[in-house]
Design a protein around this ligand. Structure first.
Ligand code: GLU
Length: 596
Protein backbone atom coordinates (compact mmCIF):
# COMPACT_ATOMS: atom_id res chain seq x y z
CA UNK A 1 0.00 0.00 0.00
CA UNK A 2 1.39 3.42 -0.85
CA UNK A 3 2.22 5.98 1.80
CA UNK A 4 -0.53 8.19 0.41
CA UNK A 5 -3.19 5.50 0.76
CA UNK A 6 -2.13 4.77 4.31
CA UNK A 7 -2.21 8.43 5.18
CA UNK A 8 -5.76 8.64 3.87
CA UNK A 9 -6.70 5.56 5.84
CA UNK A 10 -5.22 6.44 9.16
CA UNK A 11 -4.79 10.14 9.40
CA UNK A 12 -8.22 11.51 8.50
CA UNK A 13 -9.81 11.45 11.95
CA UNK A 14 -12.15 14.47 12.08
CA UNK A 15 -14.82 15.24 11.09
CA UNK A 16 -17.00 12.36 12.24
CA UNK A 17 -20.34 14.07 12.70
CA UNK A 18 -23.11 12.51 10.65
CA UNK A 19 -23.67 15.22 8.05
CA UNK A 20 -23.60 12.83 5.12
CA UNK A 21 -22.81 13.89 1.55
CA UNK A 22 -25.60 13.82 -1.04
CA UNK A 23 -26.54 10.21 -1.86
CA UNK A 24 -25.03 8.75 -5.03
CA UNK A 25 -27.57 5.95 -5.49
CA UNK A 26 -24.83 3.30 -5.39
CA UNK A 27 -23.14 1.56 -2.46
CA UNK A 28 -19.52 2.61 -2.25
CA UNK A 29 -16.78 0.32 -1.02
CA UNK A 30 -14.28 2.28 0.97
CA UNK A 31 -11.06 2.19 -1.10
CA UNK A 32 -9.02 0.63 1.72
CA UNK A 33 -11.81 -1.31 3.36
CA UNK A 34 -11.01 0.46 6.60
CA UNK A 35 -13.37 3.40 6.99
CA UNK A 36 -11.70 6.71 7.75
CA UNK A 37 -11.50 8.47 11.09
CA UNK A 38 -11.22 5.46 13.36
CA UNK A 39 -8.71 5.73 16.18
CA UNK A 40 -7.47 2.17 15.67
CA UNK A 41 -7.40 0.14 12.49
CA UNK A 42 -9.38 -3.10 12.34
CA UNK A 43 -7.37 -6.19 13.11
CA UNK A 44 -9.67 -9.15 13.54
CA UNK A 45 -12.78 -11.14 12.80
CA UNK A 46 -12.76 -14.06 15.24
CA UNK A 47 -15.21 -16.90 14.87
CA UNK A 48 -14.17 -18.85 17.98
CA UNK A 49 -15.98 -16.88 20.67
CA UNK A 50 -18.20 -18.86 23.00
CA UNK A 51 -20.14 -16.90 25.60
CA UNK A 52 -19.01 -17.62 29.18
CA UNK A 53 -21.59 -18.13 31.86
CA UNK A 54 -21.30 -17.70 35.63
CA UNK A 55 -23.56 -17.81 38.63
CA UNK A 56 -20.82 -15.96 40.55
CA UNK A 57 -18.60 -13.26 39.09
CA UNK A 58 -17.23 -12.36 35.66
CA UNK A 59 -14.75 -10.08 33.90
CA UNK A 60 -14.45 -9.08 30.26
CA UNK A 61 -11.61 -6.93 28.95
CA UNK A 62 -9.77 -6.32 25.70
CA UNK A 63 -6.74 -8.46 26.58
CA UNK A 64 -6.33 -12.02 27.94
CA UNK A 65 -3.72 -10.97 30.53
CA UNK A 66 -5.85 -8.09 31.81
CA UNK A 67 -8.85 -10.42 32.16
CA UNK A 68 -6.66 -13.00 33.91
CA UNK A 69 -5.53 -10.34 36.39
CA UNK A 70 -9.11 -9.13 36.95
CA UNK A 71 -10.27 -12.70 37.64
CA UNK A 72 -7.33 -13.22 40.02
CA UNK A 73 -8.32 -10.14 41.99
CA UNK A 74 -11.92 -11.37 42.24
CA UNK A 75 -10.76 -14.80 43.42
CA UNK A 76 -8.65 -13.09 46.09
CA UNK A 77 -11.81 -11.46 47.47
CA UNK A 78 -11.58 -8.24 45.51
CA UNK A 79 -14.65 -6.19 44.59
CA UNK A 80 -15.74 -5.21 41.08
CA UNK A 81 -13.97 -1.89 41.59
CA UNK A 82 -10.75 -3.65 42.63
CA UNK A 83 -10.84 -5.88 39.56
CA UNK A 84 -11.60 -2.95 37.24
CA UNK A 85 -8.72 -0.92 38.68
CA UNK A 86 -6.27 -3.82 38.40
CA UNK A 87 -7.34 -4.50 34.80
CA UNK A 88 -7.06 -0.82 33.81
CA UNK A 89 -3.52 -0.74 35.21
CA UNK A 90 -2.65 -4.02 33.43
CA UNK A 91 -3.85 -2.62 30.10
CA UNK A 92 -1.17 0.10 30.42
CA UNK A 93 1.34 -2.71 29.93
CA UNK A 94 -0.34 -5.14 27.55
CA UNK A 95 -2.52 -2.88 25.39
CA UNK A 96 -0.42 0.32 25.43
CA UNK A 97 -1.83 1.49 22.09
CA UNK A 98 -5.26 2.00 23.62
CA UNK A 99 -5.24 3.17 27.22
CA UNK A 100 -3.16 3.46 30.36
CA UNK A 101 -2.17 5.53 33.35
CA UNK A 102 -1.06 8.33 30.99
CA UNK A 103 -4.71 8.77 29.95
CA UNK A 104 -8.20 9.05 31.39
CA UNK A 105 -11.49 7.19 31.84
CA UNK A 106 -15.19 7.35 32.54
CA UNK A 107 -16.73 4.67 34.69
CA UNK A 108 -20.07 3.66 36.14
CA UNK A 109 -20.15 1.63 39.29
CA UNK A 110 -23.22 -0.26 40.58
CA UNK A 111 -23.76 -1.01 44.24
CA UNK A 112 -25.83 -4.20 44.51
CA UNK A 113 -26.99 -3.43 48.03
CA UNK A 114 -28.36 0.06 47.45
CA UNK A 115 -28.96 -0.46 43.70
CA UNK A 116 -27.35 2.92 43.17
CA UNK A 117 -25.18 3.81 40.19
CA UNK A 118 -22.30 6.27 40.58
CA UNK A 119 -20.65 7.99 37.65
CA UNK A 120 -16.94 8.76 37.90
CA UNK A 121 -15.19 11.20 35.60
CA UNK A 122 -11.44 10.69 35.25
CA UNK A 123 -11.23 12.70 32.04
CA UNK A 124 -8.03 14.57 31.22
CA UNK A 125 -8.03 18.33 31.69
CA UNK A 126 -6.45 21.09 29.64
CA UNK A 127 -3.45 22.72 31.31
CA UNK A 128 -3.97 26.09 33.06
CA UNK A 129 -1.82 27.61 30.30
CA UNK A 130 -3.98 26.22 27.47
CA UNK A 131 -5.57 28.70 25.09
CA UNK A 132 -8.56 28.53 22.71
CA UNK A 133 -6.33 29.11 19.69
CA UNK A 134 -3.56 26.67 20.60
CA UNK A 135 -4.39 24.43 17.65
CA UNK A 136 -4.62 27.35 15.18
CA UNK A 137 -1.92 28.79 12.95
CA UNK A 138 -2.32 32.02 10.96
CA UNK A 139 -6.04 32.12 11.73
CA UNK A 140 -6.84 28.57 10.52
CA UNK A 141 -6.98 25.33 12.42
CA UNK A 142 -3.94 23.11 12.05
CA UNK A 143 -4.64 19.71 10.45
CA UNK A 144 -5.49 17.06 13.02
CA UNK A 145 -2.59 14.67 12.18
CA UNK A 146 -0.16 17.55 12.72
CA UNK A 147 -1.26 18.25 16.28
CA UNK A 148 -1.69 14.70 17.61
CA UNK A 149 1.98 13.75 18.19
CA UNK A 150 4.02 15.71 20.69
CA UNK A 151 3.26 17.69 23.83
CA UNK A 152 0.53 20.16 22.84
CA UNK A 153 -2.20 17.51 22.74
CA UNK A 154 -1.40 16.06 26.18
CA UNK A 155 -4.06 16.59 28.84
CA UNK A 156 -3.51 16.07 32.56
CA UNK A 157 -4.01 12.32 32.98
CA UNK A 158 -6.97 11.30 35.15
CA UNK A 159 -6.89 7.51 35.30
CA UNK A 160 -5.00 6.89 38.53
CA UNK A 161 -6.79 9.63 40.47
CA UNK A 162 -10.22 8.33 39.48
CA UNK A 163 -9.26 4.73 40.27
CA UNK A 164 -7.96 5.83 43.65
CA UNK A 165 -11.19 7.72 44.41
CA UNK A 166 -13.51 4.88 43.43
CA UNK A 167 -11.28 2.37 45.24
CA UNK A 168 -11.48 4.48 48.42
CA UNK A 169 -15.23 4.12 48.23
CA UNK A 170 -15.81 0.59 47.00
CA UNK A 171 -12.50 -1.26 47.13
CA UNK A 172 -12.12 -4.38 49.28
CA UNK A 173 -8.42 -5.19 48.81
CA UNK A 174 -5.53 -2.87 49.68
CA UNK A 175 -4.52 -0.56 46.81
CA UNK A 176 -1.03 -2.04 46.61
CA UNK A 177 -2.48 -5.49 45.81
CA UNK A 178 -4.11 -4.05 42.69
CA UNK A 179 -0.70 -3.05 41.31
CA UNK A 180 1.11 -6.28 42.21
CA UNK A 181 0.05 -8.52 39.27
CA UNK A 182 1.07 -5.91 36.68
CA UNK A 183 4.37 -5.23 38.43
CA UNK A 184 5.08 -8.98 38.20
CA UNK A 185 4.08 -9.19 34.53
CA UNK A 186 6.07 -6.07 33.61
CA UNK A 187 9.11 -7.60 35.30
CA UNK A 188 8.77 -11.04 33.68
CA UNK A 189 7.61 -9.76 30.30
CA UNK A 190 4.34 -10.25 28.40
CA UNK A 191 3.66 -11.64 24.96
CA UNK A 192 3.07 -9.02 22.27
CA UNK A 193 -0.28 -9.71 20.56
CA UNK A 194 -0.88 -9.60 16.80
CA UNK A 195 -3.09 -6.53 17.24
CA UNK A 196 -0.40 -4.57 19.09
CA UNK A 197 2.32 -5.57 16.62
CA UNK A 198 0.15 -4.67 13.67
CA UNK A 199 -0.76 -1.32 15.15
CA UNK A 200 2.93 -0.40 15.56
CA UNK A 201 3.49 -0.98 11.85
CA UNK A 202 0.22 0.61 10.74
CA UNK A 203 1.04 3.97 12.26
CA UNK A 204 4.59 4.17 10.90
CA UNK A 205 3.37 5.76 7.70
CA UNK A 206 0.79 8.00 9.31
CA UNK A 207 1.98 10.42 12.00
CA UNK A 208 4.56 7.87 13.14
CA UNK A 209 4.01 8.69 16.81
CA UNK A 210 6.38 6.06 18.24
CA UNK A 211 9.54 6.60 16.21
CA UNK A 212 9.39 10.36 16.83
CA UNK A 213 10.00 9.98 20.55
CA UNK A 214 13.28 8.49 21.78
CA UNK A 215 11.66 6.64 24.70
CA UNK A 216 8.95 5.08 22.53
CA UNK A 217 11.47 4.25 19.84
CA UNK A 218 13.68 2.40 22.31
CA UNK A 219 10.79 0.48 23.88
CA UNK A 220 8.75 -0.45 20.81
CA UNK A 221 11.74 -0.90 18.44
CA UNK A 222 14.29 -2.77 20.56
CA UNK A 223 17.53 -3.12 18.56
CA UNK A 224 15.90 -1.01 15.83
CA UNK A 225 13.25 -3.64 14.98
CA UNK A 226 9.55 -3.13 15.64
CA UNK A 227 8.11 -5.51 18.24
CA UNK A 228 6.48 -8.48 16.52
CA UNK A 229 3.61 -10.73 17.57
CA UNK A 230 4.87 -13.38 19.96
CA UNK A 231 7.83 -11.33 21.23
CA UNK A 232 8.19 -11.24 25.00
CA UNK A 233 8.57 -7.65 26.20
CA UNK A 234 9.36 -6.62 29.74
CA UNK A 235 8.86 -3.09 31.03
CA UNK A 236 11.05 -2.48 34.10
CA UNK A 237 10.33 1.26 34.01
CA UNK A 238 6.59 0.60 34.37
CA UNK A 239 7.27 -1.94 37.12
CA UNK A 240 9.19 0.78 39.03
CA UNK A 241 6.46 3.38 38.40
CA UNK A 242 3.75 1.02 39.65
CA UNK A 243 5.84 0.01 42.66
CA UNK A 244 6.01 3.69 43.68
CA UNK A 245 2.24 4.04 43.10
CA UNK A 246 1.64 0.89 45.15
CA UNK A 247 3.60 2.38 48.06
CA UNK A 248 2.50 6.01 47.95
CA UNK A 249 -0.80 5.94 46.07
CA UNK A 250 -1.52 8.14 43.06
CA UNK A 251 0.52 10.96 44.68
CA UNK A 252 3.61 9.15 43.42
CA UNK A 253 2.41 9.93 39.89
CA UNK A 254 0.98 13.42 40.38
CA UNK A 255 3.88 14.83 42.41
CA UNK A 256 7.58 14.05 42.71
CA UNK A 257 9.95 12.56 40.11
CA UNK A 258 7.33 10.90 37.84
CA UNK A 259 5.39 14.19 37.60
CA UNK A 260 8.65 16.01 36.86
CA UNK A 261 9.48 13.55 34.07
CA UNK A 262 5.99 13.98 32.55
CA UNK A 263 6.26 17.76 32.54
CA UNK A 264 9.79 17.72 31.14
CA UNK A 265 8.74 15.38 28.32
CA UNK A 266 5.66 17.43 27.41
CA UNK A 267 7.30 20.85 27.58
CA UNK A 268 10.50 19.61 25.98
CA UNK A 269 8.84 17.78 23.07
CA UNK A 270 10.73 18.61 19.90
CA UNK A 271 7.50 18.61 17.93
CA UNK A 272 4.57 20.60 19.38
CA UNK A 273 5.99 21.42 22.81
CA UNK A 274 3.14 21.45 25.32
CA UNK A 275 2.05 23.47 28.32
CA UNK A 276 1.37 20.92 31.05
CA UNK A 277 2.86 21.97 34.40
CA UNK A 278 3.56 20.44 37.80
CA UNK A 279 0.65 22.50 39.15
CA UNK A 280 -1.72 20.95 36.59
CA UNK A 281 -0.73 17.49 37.77
CA UNK A 282 -0.82 18.37 41.45
CA UNK A 283 -4.33 19.80 41.34
CA UNK A 284 -5.96 17.19 39.08
CA UNK A 285 -9.24 16.07 40.67
CA UNK A 286 -11.65 13.41 39.43
CA UNK A 287 -15.33 14.32 39.51
CA UNK A 288 -18.11 12.22 40.93
CA UNK A 289 -21.25 12.89 38.91
CA UNK A 290 -24.83 11.75 38.86
CA UNK A 291 -25.45 8.94 36.40
CA UNK A 292 -27.75 9.89 33.55
CA UNK A 293 -30.71 7.52 33.19
CA UNK A 294 -33.68 7.20 30.86
CA UNK A 295 -36.52 4.67 30.94
CA UNK A 296 -36.68 2.73 27.70
CA UNK A 297 -39.49 0.19 27.26
CA UNK A 298 -39.48 -0.57 30.99
CA UNK A 299 -35.69 -0.82 31.31
CA UNK A 300 -33.66 1.89 33.04
CA UNK A 301 -30.69 2.67 30.80
CA UNK A 302 -27.91 4.64 32.51
CA UNK A 303 -24.89 6.37 31.03
CA UNK A 304 -22.25 8.91 31.98
CA UNK A 305 -23.16 12.62 31.79
CA UNK A 306 -20.98 15.32 30.14
CA UNK A 307 -18.16 16.07 29.54
CA UNK A 308 -18.63 12.87 27.62
CA UNK A 309 -21.34 13.17 25.01
CA UNK A 310 -21.75 9.39 25.23
CA UNK A 311 -24.50 8.97 27.82
CA UNK A 312 -26.63 11.87 26.58
CA UNK A 313 -26.42 10.91 22.91
CA UNK A 314 -26.98 7.16 23.45
CA UNK A 315 -30.07 7.98 25.51
CA UNK A 316 -31.29 10.51 22.91
CA UNK A 317 -31.05 7.88 20.18
CA UNK A 318 -33.07 5.43 22.28
CA UNK A 319 -35.62 8.10 23.23
CA UNK A 320 -36.13 9.09 19.58
CA UNK A 321 -36.77 5.46 18.61
CA UNK A 322 -39.05 4.35 21.44
CA UNK A 323 -42.29 5.22 19.60
CA UNK A 324 -41.48 2.79 16.77
CA UNK A 325 -42.37 -0.90 16.95
CA UNK A 326 -38.79 -2.01 16.47
CA UNK A 327 -39.47 -5.45 17.94
CA UNK A 328 -41.46 -6.20 14.79
CA UNK A 329 -38.32 -5.61 12.69
CA UNK A 330 -35.39 -7.97 12.18
CA UNK A 331 -32.01 -6.77 13.60
CA UNK A 332 -30.50 -6.44 10.09
CA UNK A 333 -33.55 -4.93 8.37
CA UNK A 334 -33.39 -1.84 6.18
CA UNK A 335 -36.28 -0.25 8.11
CA UNK A 336 -34.45 -0.69 11.41
CA UNK A 337 -31.16 0.60 10.00
CA UNK A 338 -32.92 3.59 8.44
CA UNK A 339 -34.65 4.58 11.69
CA UNK A 340 -31.38 4.13 13.58
CA UNK A 341 -29.40 6.29 11.14
CA UNK A 342 -31.99 9.05 11.22
CA UNK A 343 -32.19 9.02 15.01
CA UNK A 344 -28.39 9.30 15.06
CA UNK A 345 -28.49 12.32 12.77
CA UNK A 346 -31.06 14.08 14.96
CA UNK A 347 -29.23 13.29 18.20
CA UNK A 348 -25.88 14.23 16.66
CA UNK A 349 -27.01 17.69 15.60
CA UNK A 350 -27.68 18.44 19.28
CA UNK A 351 -24.49 16.73 20.41
CA UNK A 352 -22.42 18.94 18.15
CA UNK A 353 -24.26 22.08 19.16
CA UNK A 354 -24.62 21.69 22.91
CA UNK A 355 -22.39 19.08 24.51
CA UNK A 356 -19.13 20.02 26.22
CA UNK A 357 -17.69 20.31 29.73
CA UNK A 358 -20.61 21.45 31.97
CA UNK A 359 -18.22 23.39 34.19
CA UNK A 360 -17.65 25.79 31.29
CA UNK A 361 -20.78 25.62 29.15
CA UNK A 362 -24.47 25.39 30.05
CA UNK A 363 -25.29 21.92 28.70
CA UNK A 364 -29.08 21.44 28.51
CA UNK A 365 -29.01 17.71 29.25
CA UNK A 366 -32.39 17.58 31.03
CA UNK A 367 -34.08 19.47 28.17
CA UNK A 368 -32.48 17.23 25.54
CA UNK A 369 -33.80 14.10 27.28
CA UNK A 370 -37.22 15.46 28.28
CA UNK A 371 -40.27 13.62 26.95
CA UNK A 372 -41.75 16.60 25.05
CA UNK A 373 -38.44 17.42 23.38
CA UNK A 374 -37.76 13.83 22.34
CA UNK A 375 -41.36 13.50 21.08
CA UNK A 376 -41.05 16.66 19.02
CA UNK A 377 -37.70 15.60 17.55
CA UNK A 378 -38.88 12.05 16.94
CA UNK A 379 -41.93 13.32 15.04
CA UNK A 380 -39.54 14.61 12.37
CA UNK A 381 -38.26 11.13 11.73
CA UNK A 382 -39.80 9.80 8.52
CA UNK A 383 -39.83 5.99 8.13
CA UNK A 384 -40.31 6.40 4.37
CA UNK A 385 -37.34 8.62 3.52
CA UNK A 386 -34.10 10.12 4.70
CA UNK A 387 -34.44 13.72 5.93
CA UNK A 388 -32.71 16.18 3.66
CA UNK A 389 -31.50 18.49 6.39
CA UNK A 390 -31.15 17.95 10.12
CA UNK A 391 -30.64 20.94 12.40
CA UNK A 392 -30.08 21.05 16.15
CA UNK A 393 -33.13 21.82 18.27
CA UNK A 394 -33.53 25.33 19.63
CA UNK A 395 -32.86 25.22 23.33
CA UNK A 396 -32.27 28.04 25.75
CA UNK A 397 -28.87 27.98 27.38
CA UNK A 398 -27.40 30.48 29.75
CA UNK A 399 -23.85 31.58 30.34
CA UNK A 400 -21.70 29.62 32.73
CA UNK A 401 -18.91 31.27 34.67
CA UNK A 402 -15.85 29.32 33.68
CA UNK A 403 -14.32 28.12 36.93
CA UNK A 404 -10.83 28.96 38.00
CA UNK A 405 -8.45 26.02 37.83
CA UNK A 406 -9.28 23.90 40.85
CA UNK A 407 -6.82 23.70 43.66
CA UNK A 408 -6.26 20.78 45.05
CA UNK A 409 -7.53 6.65 23.68
CA UNK A 410 -7.04 5.00 21.79
CA UNK A 411 -9.42 3.35 24.03
CA UNK A 412 -10.61 0.18 25.68
CA UNK A 413 -13.78 -1.00 27.42
CA UNK A 414 -14.01 -3.42 30.33
CA UNK A 415 -16.87 -4.77 32.42
CA UNK A 416 -16.88 -6.69 35.67
CA UNK A 417 -19.44 -8.11 38.07
CA UNK A 418 -18.33 -9.44 41.47
CA UNK A 419 -19.81 -12.22 43.58
CA UNK A 420 -22.01 -9.76 45.50
CA UNK A 421 -23.45 -8.40 42.25
CA UNK A 422 -21.55 -5.09 42.36
CA UNK A 423 -20.43 -4.03 38.90
CA UNK A 424 -18.26 -1.65 36.88
CA UNK A 425 -18.57 -0.56 33.25
CA UNK A 426 -15.52 1.48 32.29
CA UNK A 427 -14.07 3.02 29.15
CA UNK A 428 -10.45 4.11 29.34
CA UNK A 429 -8.40 5.90 26.71
CA UNK A 430 -5.24 7.67 25.62
CA UNK A 431 -7.31 8.94 22.60
CA UNK A 432 -5.72 7.97 19.29
CA UNK A 433 -3.70 4.75 18.92
CA UNK A 434 -0.41 5.37 20.81
CA UNK A 435 -1.71 8.70 22.13
CA UNK A 436 0.79 11.55 21.82
CA UNK A 437 3.63 9.03 21.31
CA UNK A 438 5.46 10.49 24.32
CA UNK A 439 6.90 7.79 26.57
CA UNK A 440 7.63 8.52 30.22
CA UNK A 441 8.70 6.02 32.88
CA UNK A 442 7.18 3.01 31.12
CA UNK A 443 3.89 4.42 29.79
CA UNK A 444 2.50 6.60 27.00
CA UNK A 445 0.92 10.02 27.44
CA UNK A 446 -2.46 10.76 25.88
CA UNK A 447 -3.37 13.15 23.05
CA UNK A 448 -6.82 13.77 24.51
CA UNK A 449 -6.76 17.56 23.95
CA UNK A 450 -7.38 16.89 20.26
CA UNK A 451 -10.92 15.95 21.33
CA UNK A 452 -11.50 19.70 21.74
CA UNK A 453 -12.67 21.68 18.73
CA UNK A 454 -9.53 23.18 17.24
CA UNK A 455 -11.43 26.33 16.23
CA UNK A 456 -12.83 28.51 19.04
CA UNK A 457 -15.64 29.94 16.90
CA UNK A 458 -17.51 29.13 13.74
CA UNK A 459 -19.40 31.74 11.75
CA UNK A 460 -19.12 34.18 14.62
CA UNK A 461 -20.62 31.66 17.10
CA UNK A 462 -18.53 30.45 20.02
CA UNK A 463 -17.93 26.69 19.85
CA UNK A 464 -19.08 24.93 23.06
CA UNK A 465 -16.20 22.44 22.92
CA UNK A 466 -13.42 25.02 22.39
CA UNK A 467 -10.17 24.72 24.38
CA UNK A 468 -10.14 26.57 27.70
CA UNK A 469 -7.74 26.35 30.63
CA UNK A 470 -8.57 23.38 32.92
CA UNK A 471 -11.56 22.34 30.77
CA UNK A 472 -12.25 18.67 29.94
CA UNK A 473 -12.49 17.86 26.23
CA UNK A 474 -15.78 16.43 25.02
CA UNK A 475 -15.67 12.65 24.75
CA UNK A 476 -17.80 9.97 23.12
CA UNK A 477 -17.08 7.31 25.71
CA UNK A 478 -20.30 5.58 26.67
CA UNK A 479 -19.98 3.16 29.58
CA UNK A 480 -23.54 1.93 30.11
CA UNK A 481 -25.52 -0.06 32.70
CA UNK A 482 -29.13 -1.21 32.33
CA UNK A 483 -31.44 -2.00 35.24
CA UNK A 484 -34.51 -4.21 34.91
CA UNK A 485 -37.96 -3.05 36.04
CA UNK A 486 -37.12 -4.22 39.61
CA UNK A 487 -34.01 -2.02 39.67
CA UNK A 488 -31.60 -4.95 39.39
CA UNK A 489 -28.64 -4.86 37.06
CA UNK A 490 -29.29 -6.70 33.80
CA UNK A 491 -26.72 -5.47 31.29
CA UNK A 492 -23.32 -3.76 31.12
CA UNK A 493 -21.80 -2.60 27.84
CA UNK A 494 -19.51 -0.05 26.15
CA UNK A 495 -16.89 0.23 23.42
CA UNK A 496 -13.91 2.11 22.01
CA UNK A 497 -14.16 3.53 18.48
CA UNK A 498 -13.87 7.33 18.59
CA UNK A 499 -17.15 9.10 17.99
CA UNK A 500 -18.63 5.84 16.61
CA UNK A 501 -18.56 4.52 20.22
CA UNK A 502 -22.00 6.06 20.73
CA UNK A 503 -23.52 4.24 17.77
CA UNK A 504 -21.87 0.90 18.56
CA UNK A 505 -23.19 1.07 22.12
CA UNK A 506 -26.68 2.23 21.12
CA UNK A 507 -26.96 -0.53 18.49
CA UNK A 508 -26.13 -3.24 21.00
CA UNK A 509 -28.63 -1.84 23.52
CA UNK A 510 -31.34 -1.79 20.85
CA UNK A 511 -30.53 -5.31 19.66
CA UNK A 512 -30.76 -6.66 23.21
CA UNK A 513 -33.73 -4.62 24.42
CA UNK A 514 -35.82 -4.57 21.22
CA UNK A 515 -34.91 -7.80 19.49
CA UNK A 516 -34.10 -10.00 22.47
CA UNK A 517 -30.59 -10.79 21.18
CA UNK A 518 -28.08 -12.03 23.73
CA UNK A 519 -25.27 -9.55 24.37
CA UNK A 520 -22.86 -11.83 22.47
CA UNK A 521 -25.18 -12.02 19.45
CA UNK A 522 -25.72 -8.28 19.55
CA UNK A 523 -21.98 -7.51 19.73
CA UNK A 524 -21.18 -9.89 16.86
CA UNK A 525 -23.94 -8.45 14.65
CA UNK A 526 -22.53 -6.25 11.86
CA UNK A 527 -22.09 -2.64 12.91
CA UNK A 528 -23.51 0.40 11.23
CA UNK A 529 -22.59 4.04 11.72
CA UNK A 530 -23.98 7.24 10.27
CA UNK A 531 -21.00 9.58 9.80
CA UNK A 532 -19.85 12.37 7.53
CA UNK A 533 -18.84 9.68 5.04
CA UNK A 534 -22.39 8.36 4.70
CA UNK A 535 -24.22 5.39 6.19
CA UNK A 536 -21.37 3.00 6.90
CA UNK A 537 -22.26 -0.69 6.90
CA UNK A 538 -19.76 -3.20 8.15
CA UNK A 539 -18.51 -5.91 5.83
CA UNK A 540 -18.79 -9.53 6.95
CA UNK A 541 -16.77 -10.06 10.12
CA UNK A 542 -17.33 -13.52 11.48
CA UNK A 543 -21.08 -13.23 10.93
CA UNK A 544 -22.78 -12.47 7.60
CA UNK A 545 -22.82 -8.72 6.91
CA UNK A 546 -25.65 -6.59 5.58
CA UNK A 547 -27.59 -8.29 2.78
CA UNK A 548 -27.71 -6.92 -0.76
CA UNK A 549 -31.47 -6.44 -0.42
CA UNK A 550 -30.99 -4.33 2.73
CA UNK A 551 -28.35 -2.20 1.04
CA UNK A 552 -30.60 -1.65 -1.95
CA UNK A 553 -33.56 -0.72 0.25
CA UNK A 554 -31.43 1.76 2.22
CA UNK A 555 -30.30 3.42 -1.00
CA UNK A 556 -33.93 3.65 -2.09
CA UNK A 557 -34.70 5.40 1.22
CA UNK A 558 -32.09 8.02 0.29
CA UNK A 559 -28.96 6.83 2.10
CA UNK A 560 -25.45 7.07 0.75
CA UNK A 561 -24.12 3.63 1.68
CA UNK A 562 -20.42 3.04 2.28
CA UNK A 563 -19.01 -0.46 2.93
CA UNK A 564 -15.93 -1.18 5.01
CA UNK A 565 -14.73 -2.46 8.36
CA UNK A 566 -16.07 -0.89 11.55
CA UNK A 567 -13.71 -1.48 14.36
CA UNK A 568 -15.67 -1.60 17.60
CA UNK A 569 -14.32 -3.18 20.80
CA UNK A 570 -17.65 -3.89 22.48
CA UNK A 571 -17.56 -5.77 25.74
CA UNK A 572 -20.58 -6.64 27.82
CA UNK A 573 -22.13 -8.82 30.48
CA UNK A 574 -25.82 -9.68 30.61
CA UNK A 575 -27.94 -11.39 33.23
CA UNK A 576 -29.91 -14.22 31.64
CA UNK A 577 -32.06 -16.48 33.85
CA UNK A 578 -30.11 -15.52 36.95
CA UNK A 579 -26.62 -16.14 35.47
CA UNK A 580 -24.07 -13.68 34.05
CA UNK A 581 -23.36 -14.23 30.36
CA UNK A 582 -20.46 -12.57 28.52
CA UNK A 583 -20.22 -10.60 25.30
CA UNK A 584 -16.80 -10.30 23.62
CA UNK A 585 -16.12 -8.36 20.43
CA UNK A 586 -14.87 -10.66 17.64
CA UNK A 587 -13.13 -7.69 16.03
CA UNK A 588 -10.46 -7.47 18.78
CA UNK A 589 -8.58 -9.74 21.19
CA UNK A 590 -10.81 -9.58 24.27
CA UNK A 591 -11.47 -12.41 26.69
CA UNK A 592 -14.23 -13.15 29.20
CA UNK A 593 -13.48 -15.15 32.35
CA UNK A 594 -16.18 -16.57 34.58
CA UNK A 595 -15.27 -16.77 38.26
CA UNK A 596 -17.54 -19.34 39.93
N1 GLU B 1 -10.84 10.11 22.62
C1 GLU B 1 -12.08 9.50 22.30
C2 GLU B 1 -13.13 9.94 23.27
O1 GLU B 1 -12.85 10.29 24.36
C3 GLU B 1 -12.01 8.03 22.29
C4 GLU B 1 -11.13 7.52 21.22
C5 GLU B 1 -11.23 6.06 20.94
O2 GLU B 1 -12.28 5.46 21.03
O3 GLU B 1 -10.23 5.49 20.62
O4 GLU B 1 -14.27 9.93 22.97
Amino acid sequence: MSVLLLLTTLACRPPTHPAAPPPTGQPRAHPQGQLDAQPEAATGCRTDIVAEQSAGAMVVSAHPEASRIGAEILRAGGSAVDAAAAMAVALTLVEPQSSGIGGGAFLLSYDAETRQISAWDGRETAPAAASPDQFMADGVERPWPEVVPGGLSVGTPGLLRVLEAVHAEAGALPWSELMAPTIALATEGFEVTPRMARSIRQWENAMDPLRRHPGSLAYFYPGGQALAAGDIRDNPALAATLAAIARQGADAFYTGPIAEHIVAAVQGATRNPGRLSLDDLRRYTPVRREALCLDYRGHRVCGHPPPTSGGTTVLSILGLLERFDRAALEPGSAEGAHLFAEAVRLAWADRDRYLADPAFVDVPVAALLSDPYLAERSARLDPAQRLRVVEPGLLQTSAVDAPACPEGADTTHLVVVDAAGNAVSMTSSIENAWGSGIWVDGFLLNNQLTDFARTPERGGVAVANAVQPCKRPRSSMSPTLVLDPDGELELLVGSPGGSRIIQYTARVLLDVLDHGSSVQEAIAHPNLAQTSQGLELEDDCGTPGWSAATVEALIALGHDVVRGSLNSGLHGIQRIDGAWVSGVDPRREGVAIAVP
